[in-house]
Design a protein around this ligand. Structure first.
Ligand code: ATP
Ligand code: MG
Length: 422
């Protein structure tokens, strides 16, 4: 029986990994150009960290976590997202006290969801967090940073939605209004929502159940309950986005699936990927550091789904990145293979640093040339015993109709380098 991969967990195959790497490198370059520094975090944390930060009534904590007891009977969880771990690391390592941090991390996240296009059980995020900044300037910068990425990747079909979830104070009034509203329509609520009504009525707004959408549409919106501080923060963000000419729509229904958010929340969404349209989402979580045991520290961040970024890039006609070698060395004859190794090493050396595939496993001239063509190399370097005896190689362009030529081995790297640069 063939072994199976775990449901919802994908292999990223060689024909795709170069595109992944390209997109990840652009995102990384942009983020670094705003002064963000990398932090690498464990995939496992104590379960309690996520329960306390993300919230018991969220989908993630209620039904999506991969949680198990380790050999010491401690409850561990594969991280479903990175913010909680970032904050934990900030506190553990004393990075937050009287300091400001701009950090990024990237890697796999795990959620036990129903696998479908754009939704997996192991998926990948690029995650950016700014801690110690009260905003709204940093809120705007984090969003503008995304806009720069879309521009560099020539992604056109993304729109920005923003909302404010208010300060904790203003949320108290809003919560009461929601509780009141949902209580009057309680007979129409599903089981999840009835449970949430008692514990965390805000979470009802994040229900994915289509039958709940009509009731949710008619519910009071947070924007009508913002206090002066929340309004000022939101207006500040909008003014900065306007000044930077980053278009947005205010979506009063945007609540996000994690409990720790306050004030600014936002989502970059696309119509190009069907129902899994959120590509990058984020928000402010000013209370989280303190909640997890640190000194009160304002913070905001976003996370981008790499699978969805790749899919969007392809949907927007982005060029698939390849990993074809520059050169394939065809070596036929007694002395040719030994020389082939030396020539391959010299081409990989120093300034030229070419990508070189040396024919391995022998084969006729014809079959080796076939492999050269198939691997997508720009040039075949042909070494037969005759060429080797003359200290020369045949240089055969494989992607253009230029003629084959004879080149002294000493000049090979230089000539190939020049031709590739053209
Ligand atoms: P959704 O509403 O699609 O479930 P979310 O609000 O749960 O998304 P976040 O927790 O904010 O998502 O994660 C940030 C980003 O990670 C999302 O915008 C999305 O691009 C990506 N993402 C989240 N869950 C998955 C998943 N199961 N598979 C692939 N990508 C995901
Ligand atoms: Mg989700």
């Amino acid at each position: 029986m063939k072994p199976k991969a775990v449901r919802g967990m994908n292999d990223i195959l060689p024909q795709d990994s170069a595109t992944w790497r390209y997109l990840e490198s652009v995102v990384r370059e942009v983020v670094q150009s705003y002064g963000y520094k990398e932090i690498r975090l464990p995939l496992l944390e104590y379960t309690e960290l996520f329960q306390r930060s993300i919230g018991d009534e969220t989908d993630i904590v209620a039904k999506e976590m991969y949680t198990f007891l380790d050999r010491n009977e401690e409850s561990l969880t594969l991280r479903p997202e990175a913010t909680a771990s970032m904050v934990r690391a900030g506190i553990t390592n004393g990075l937050l006290h009287n300091q400001r941090q701009k950090l990024w991390t990237a890697g796999p996240m795990f959620r036990y969801e129903k696998p479908q296009k754009g939704r997996y059980r192991q998926f990948h995020q690029f995650d950016v967090e700014a801690m110690g900044y009260p905003g709204p300037d940093v809120d705007a910068e984090l969003i503008i940073m995304c806009a720069r990425m879309w521009q560099r990747l020539e992604l056109s079909r993304l729109t920005l939605e923003i909302n404010s979830l208010g300060t904790p104070d203003s949320r108290v009034t809003y919560r009461a209004a929601l509780l009141n509203y949902f209580s009057t329509v309680k007979s129409g609520l599903d089981e999840d929502s009835i449970r949430r009504l008692g514990k965390n009525p805000l979470r009802i707004l994040d229900s994915k159940n289509p039958e709940m959408q009509e009731l949710i549409e008619a519910a009071p919106v947070m924007l009508d309950y913002l206090d002066a501080e929340s309004l000022a923060h939101f207006a500040g963000l909008r003014a900065l986005l306007d000044a930077a000419e980053v278009p947005y729509t205010v979506n009063p229904r945007l609540v996000r699936g994690l409990d720790y958010y306050n004030l600014t929340v936002f989502e970059w969404v696309t119509d190009a990927l069907g129902s899994q349209g959120a590509v990058c989402s984020g928000g402010r979580y000013d209370g989280l550091v303190e909640k997890l045991g640190g000194r009160s520290t304002p913070a905001i961040g976003w996370a981008m789904g790499i699978e969805r970024l790749v899919a969007l890039y392809e949907a927007c006609g982005g060029e698939k990145q390849g990993e074809a070698p520059d050169v394939y060395i065809v070596a036929v004859g007694e002395n040719a293979l030994g020389r082939g190794f030396a020539v391959a090493e010299s081409l990989r050396d120093g300034n030229s640093a070419l990508r070189v595939d040396l024919n391995l496993g022998g084969g006729s001239f014809k079959s080796q040339l076939k492999r050269a063509d198939k691997c997508g190399a720009a040039y075949a370097v042909i070494l037969g015993d005759d060429e080797v005896a003359r200290n020369e190689a045949g240089l055969k362009p494989l992607r253009t109709d230029e003629d084959q030529l004879s080149v002294p081995l000493d000049d090979l790297a230089k000539i190939i380098g020049e031709r590739l640069a053209r």
